[in-house]
Design a protein around this ligand. Structure first.
Ligand code: LMR
Length: 397
């Protein structure tokens, strides 16, 4: 049987981790995978997580199965965090939040749930979108299309063209949005534009599916739930795939959740039962350690405040890096305009380089990133930024 298998090229984002580790150049920079890094280049465990892990170790008395919904307190706290503790969808029993192994599994479960409910549904995603969206929705049998989103020449949102495409969508269509910090472009709708999009979703009757992986990295933890809350307020149905990888820096622990809003409490209970049925057939039950830690944080006012503070610190540092990078590039004599870097948000921006220029960055300067020229701005620090700007100038000439 195995003679039939052909090797598949590694994932374009994850393969950079290995390429970077194998690179022996001491000046190497990893601008690839989306992880937050501090000034020393490390990805620290948040203090609130260290504190909560101590509490968990001291109090946990069993590793027995928890069942398909995982850590109940985590599900409830995440629902409140994302939708607001007093929101209508919670009061009306229309929201179900169920733990998944990372945001990726939440997206995959979302795709399978949509297929189960609307077998002919097709999905529209922004052009461009996270490369794994393009793999995982079709892997669940969904046909995918794109709507205009990012203007390469202007490095900004093609809002009018996006709306024009969304106006063509109808009941039975699913439309994927990045709730904040668009990956890979760093360009997101502003609050007024989100209102227009949510109104359109309600008017046209398509199903919004929100990928919420960077809540708190754009404007603030609560501010970055605006898109989700508007959809929840205006639309009868909604799916949110959230991740705790970045916002709690719990990457390898694989913590995420799928949140489902339906028209009434009975339909939501049925939708949850379908999720349990789907996940039983793949990973059976989600892992508990990471969600138990987050449950402890979100159940404690002190630890929640500490977490918000650490999240603000990550966002502010990235914004500082964006500003410094744009200023350094402008001061370096590079003719091209990179001022857009400081107006975008989250970890990612496109440099607008060709694949050949990206390969030159890697081969000549040990600067590793994806061939689309998406960079992880959080990887910069005081000791590597000048080296990067110099290398950028050389590949642009
Ligand atoms: C990224 O886009 O780099 C992150 O979301 C990590 C991943 O799994 O691709």
């Amino acid at each position: 049987m195995f003679e039939q298998l052909k090797a598949i090229p590694p994932d374009p984002i994850l393969s950079i981790i290995a390429d970077y580790n194998a690179d022996t150049n001491p000046r190497k920079i990893d601008l690839g995978v989306g992880v937050y890094r501090d000034e020393s280049g490390g990805t620290p465990i948040l203090d609130c997580v260290i504190e909560a892990e101590k509490i968990l170790l001291a109090t946990q008395s069993s590793k027995s199965y928890l069942g398909p919904a995982g850590v109940a307190g985590f599900n409830s706290s995440m629902g409140k965090l994302i939708f607001g503790a007093d929101c209508d969808v919670i009061q009306q029993g229309r929201l179900r939040t169920i733990q998944t192994p990372g945001g990726t599994a939440a997206l995959r479960v979302a795709a399978e749930l949509i297929k189960a409910g609307m077998p002919s549904a097709e999905l529209w995603a922004s052009d461009p979108t996270w490369s794994n969206h393009l793999a995982l929705f079709p892997a669940a049998g969904m046909e995918m299309h794109s709507y205009p989103y990012f203007g390469v020449g202007t490095s900004s949102l093609r809002f009018d063209e996006m709306l024009e495409s969304l106006r063509q969508r109808e009941p039975g269509d699913a439309v994927l949005f990045h709730g904040c910090c668009h990956n890979p472009s760093g360009v997101s709708p502003d609050p007024g534009q989100w209102r227009i999009i949510a109104d359109l979703a309600a008017e046209r009757g398509f199903l919004p599916v929100v990928d919420l992986a960077y809540m708190g990295f754009e404007r603030g933890a609560e501010e970055d739930t605006l898109a989700v809350r508007l959809f929840a307020e205006k639309c009868p149905e909604l799916i949110v795939a959230s991740s705790c990888s970045k916002i709690f820096a719990m990457y390898r622990e694989r913590v995420g959740a799928i949140s489902i809003v339906t028209g009434d409490a009975h339909k939501s209970a049925a939708a949850e039962s379908v999720v349990h049925n789907l996940t039983r057939k793949s990973y059976s039950m989600p892992p508990a350690h990471g969600p138990a830690v987050i449950d402890i944080i979100l159940s404690s006012e002190k630890l929640t405040a500490q977490w918000m503070n650490e999240l603000d610190g990550m966002r502010n540092r990235i914004n500082e890096l964006r500003k410094t990078l744009a200023e350094k590039i402008a001061a370096s004599g590079i003719q091209e305009d990179f001022s857009f870097l400081q107006h975008q948000s989250g970890m990612f921006s496109f440099l607008g380089l060709s694949a050949e220029q990206v390969h030159r960055l890697r081969d000549e300067f040990s600067i590793h990133t994806v061939s689309s020229s998406r960079i992880n701005v959080a990887s910069f620090n005081r000791s590597n930024m000048d080296y990067f700007v110099d290398a950028l100038g050389r590949v642009l000439n």
